[in-house]
Design a binder for this molecule. Sequence first.
Ligand code: ATP
Length: 319
Amino acid sequence: MKRIGVLTSGGDAPGMNAAVRAVTRKAIYHGLEVYGIYHGYQGLMEGDIKRLELGSVGDIIQRGGTTLFSARCPEFKTREGQLQGIEQLKKHGIDALVVIGGDGSYMGAKALTEHGFPCIGVPGTIDNDIPGTEFTIGFDTALNTVIDAIDKIRDTATSHERTYVIEVMGRNAGDIALWAGLSGGAETIMIPEEDHDIEDVVAKLKRGHERGKKHSIIVVAEGVGSGVEIGKKIEEMTSFDTRVTVLGHVQRGGSPTAADRVLASRLGAKAVELLLEGKGGRAVGIEKNELVDYDIIEALGRPHKIDDKMYQLSQELSI
Ligand code: ATP
């Protein structure tokens, strides 16, 4: 193996740059050449590929987003699109590819591997919803952004004695809501992995009100439904002054936290190690603070699970 490529795909996440840097520097350290593929699989099909040197990835470890850019590319789901991508890789003399992205991006990496081109998947998404790893790159940063928002909303909630519903991202996973709700001291956390009865939510709010609580914070994962609708229902059922904040894309931006930079550096380097060992079709991850890797297909087949004990704890602490 002489030359490897690296791309970022799907939704961007803080820490993707740190992962690109780690892939690039680790590979160069071991005598490989590295090529950056711009705009994800779209750029791969179009041959938007440039050599990365040590300096190309300088001054990016602290930057949010992805300097390789990202894209959604439906054509890459077709056999023709994938073969066109492989043709471009071969044209540039690239022997293997590191894909940094979410589960959709993993499907692309899996398809390339099945066509005989070795790829490694690195989990990059704020949603923390990728099987085969306890944490994804970007999750910690998004979490800190959400907590910062909750703390600020709590100040105004107390001043006005209001109920606040805060809708957070996470697609079909409740990880952001659970971790942010627990660390932000939310009264109620609504996640798609659990059943929620609005009557129970309202009863808890009323109990809090009766014992003199000045405000209530309810964190809703987007996978549960619209925070706006939930807020309306709560106001109707309690007649408490209720406001809704949908945090939206602010959660995807910002400088990555130290934890995300370290995770990205470790996972990016691990991906290169696997390629140096001649392994393709793997997905890297972290479990109990140890780096792990799985067959990419096996990894995708594992169900993503919420931490039940943490959910139970959040219930007990917000009684
Ligand atoms: P996030 O969940 O953070 O948005 P993601 O990687 O899951 O990230 P997707 O839009 O699902 O985002 O996938 C990114 C890209 O991966 C797609 O635009 C497409 O090019 C490629 N891709 C997705 N599914 C497949 C598939 N089944 N086969 C081949 N390529 C795929």
